[in-house]
Ligand binder design. Structure first.
Ligand code: AHR
Length: 615
């Protein structure tokens, strides 16, 4: 029986309660949300980033086609270009199985080119075996100085395996860069792949956290240095990612691949606006994380990043007369984007160094923009020494909001339903910036749903939450589970996507206190696999229990159907438990893993278990 106390008023639930976290992981940007169909359009892929890369990654060549990095380059940030010594040509295979095109739809081709040859370029779209997918395009390169040329292809056949070719049939040298093919139709005309953006929009997110994640707090924090093309593996620095796309340097991404920055800060802000979500950028705190535990010892570098963050706020919100507001306006958005919050750092492992830097960022931001919420974090774990240390520091410093991250078993989510019930109501608010129940079964989604009820119940403390990661390209997965899956022409949501959608599109205004009474009605859920002690002790009622060592020896086993726990007898006399209705019940949960350890001799978290459990 659920009794609703409709007269009482619980915590208000804000519009920003549920949002999304976009990180360029699992090829989420190039070949994903960013609608560009050509892979390695700027020929910047480089073996120093990834041993399998070369300037022609993604391309095949006929005739003399080489990539060149010399003084004839397009610009200092787009250094390598393609040189065709005719007759010659190149063909791009796009992402996944190829370039995806739909019959009747328009595709905008563009290229930067210079040539000493009068011969035109032929641009064609075909399948790998040469069947035409569109009538070819002729482009005449008029001079030997770099200019942009463009044309449109109309697909005559639908295919998910297209190839784009650019060929010079005559003699002479053509130099090409930024070879691009974009679908005319993108989400709200702003360059994002429509089906993917629509899937995010359908969640009605209250905020978009971007661009990472580990992408933000790893790599070098030094700026791109055009002269030496160093460093290549940089942390995500927003100024690298704005302005005309041909002037955006590419980067080697923490997740092991090249990123073009075609999807950059302007596009993130625009996308957030397009889906009615508050933008939440995360800037590097100059302390690395995600396995790279270094803090900068360069005060000038730290100062430069603090200034970059102030500039970012001006880029988002400043008037068109301001330095960075003018840049935004020139990119097409004179109106401010209405930025209200900034995250500083992500999962740093060095709490003292991180927090010292956080305070410097916060002080500088608050001095200039007192209304901006500056979000701190609690390190890489959901608990532990770093977590406690950072929470204590955040409380003492009066931090407004703390970003927590955790990826745990479904049972962890069930067991920790009361996590926030005891959080200090007068301390910092919680931003649950990343969470997911590991694995991708329906049970995981149910565990997340149960947990989300606890987030809402604690909406006075937990102000925002986002499942993570958001996207995964089915052929390029670094992290799972993920919310939205895709290849080059299809996309689908996981069960957790459906669960998030259910909650995110039905956010209440206010928590209404309820009381639950009555019997247990939940059916036991099967749990199998190699799991730790903490996994099974999370459930209060067990059935069909079997604990085995990895080599198959059975340690404990009982179906409890005979009304006793003979197979469980090593535990007799220990803890508080009973067998009723053919199931084993424990009431002394905290002591349970100590009991099992004593009974089985296993103290490690490494054994196989199969059981049915219900709480
Ligand atoms: O969401 C995937 C990764 O998980 C993020 O990059 C990082 O913040 C976390 O460890």
């Amino acid at each position: 029986t659920i009794t609703v106390d409709s007269a009482a008023t619980g915590a208000a639930i804000g519009d920003e309660m549920y949002g999304v976290f976009f990180e360029d992981i699992n090829y989420a940007a190039d070949g994903g949300l960013y609608a560009e169909l050509v892979r390695n359009r700027s020929f910047e892929f480089n073996a120093t980033d990834n041993r399998s890369y070369s300037g022609l990654t993604g391309w095949t060549a006929t005739g003399t086609a080489t990539t060149v990095d010399d003084g004839n380059r397009l610009n200092d940030r787009n250094r390598t270009y393609l040189q065709l010594t005719g007759p010659a040509g190149v063909t791009n295979a796009g992402f996944n199985s190829g370039l995806a095109v739909q019959k009747g739809k328009l595709y905008d081709f563009s290229v930067w080119a210079r040539s000493d040859s009068g011969s035109p370029l032929t641009v064609s779209l075909a399948t790998a075996d040469g069947s035409a997918l569109a009538a070819p395009l002729k482009i005449t390169v008029k001079s030997n100085t770099w200019s942009r040329y463009a044309g449109t292809l109309r697909a005559t056949t639908t295919s998910d395996a297209g190839r784009l070719s650019v060929a010079a049939s005559g003699a002479g040298t053509h130099r090409l860069d930024m070879v691009s093919l974009f679908p005319r139709e993108t989400y709200k005309g702003h360059g994002l792949r429509k089906d993917l953006a629509e899937k995010v929009a359908a969640l009605r997110p209250g905020f978009v956290r971007f661009p990472g994640g580990c992408l933000v707090n790893t790599g070098s924090h030094y700026a791109y240095d055009a002269a030496s093309n160093f460093p290549r593996a940089r942390s995500y620095q927003w100024k690298d990612t704005i302005g005309p796309v041909e002037t955006r340097a590419t980067n080697a991404n923490f997740w092991g691949y090249n990123q073009s920055y075609g999807l950059g800060y302007y596009e993130y802000f625009q996308f957030s606006e397009d889906i009615g979500a508050a933008p939440l950028p995360v800037v590097p705190a100059l302390v690395t994380g995600c396995g790279q535990n270094r803090a900068t010892d360069d005060p000038a570098l730290l100062q430069r990043h603090i200034q970059d963050t102030l500039d970012l706020i001006e880029f988002a919100n400043g008037p068109v007369t301001s330095t960075w507001g003018k840049v935004r306006a020139r990119m097409g958005h004179p109106k401010p984007f209405g930025l209200t919050m900034v995250g500083v750092g992500n999962e740093e492992n060095l709490p003292d160094e991180y927090f010292a830097n956080f305070l410097k960022f916060r002080d500088a931001i608050k001095a200039k923009y007192p209304k901006i919420t500056v979000i701190s974090n609690s390190g890489p774990d959901d608990m532990g020494v770093t977590f406690d240390n950072l929470w204590a520091k955040n409380k003492a410093a009066g931090t407004e909001m703390v970003d927590e991250h955790y990826y745990n078993s479904p049972n962890w989510f069930l067991q920790n339903n009361n996590r926030y019930d005891s959080y200090d109501r007068n301390g910092p608010k919680v931003f649950l910036g990343e969470y997911a129940s590991q694995d991708a079964k329906f049970f995981n989604s149910l565990a997340e749903a149960a947990y989300m009820t606890s987030l809402e119940r604690n909406a006075d403390v937990v102000k925002m939450a986002a499942y993570a990661p958001l996207f995964a390209n089915i052929d390029n997965v670094q992290w799972r589970p993920d919310l939205i899956w895709f290849d080059n022409d299809e996309s689908w949501g996981s069960t957790s996507y459906q669960m998030q959608k259910l909650f995110m599109t039905n956010v209440g205004d206010r928590v209404v206190p309820t009381k639950v009474s009555g019997g247990r009605v939940v059916q036991p859920q099967p749990i199998t696999g190699r799991v730790g002690l903490s996994t099974w002790r999370t459930a209060a009622r067990y059935d069909d229990l079997k604990v085995t060592t990895p080599d198959g020896s059975v340690l404990l086993s009982d179906d409890f159907n005979d009304g006793n726990a003979d197979g469980w007898s090593p535990l007799a006399g220990r803890g508080t438990w009973a067998v009723t209705d053919g199931a084993y019940t424990q009431t002394d949960v905290a002591a349970e893993d100590t009991m099992v350890a004593a009974a089985t001799g296993i103290t490690a978290t490494d054994y196989d278990i199969s059981l049915k459990a219900t709480k």
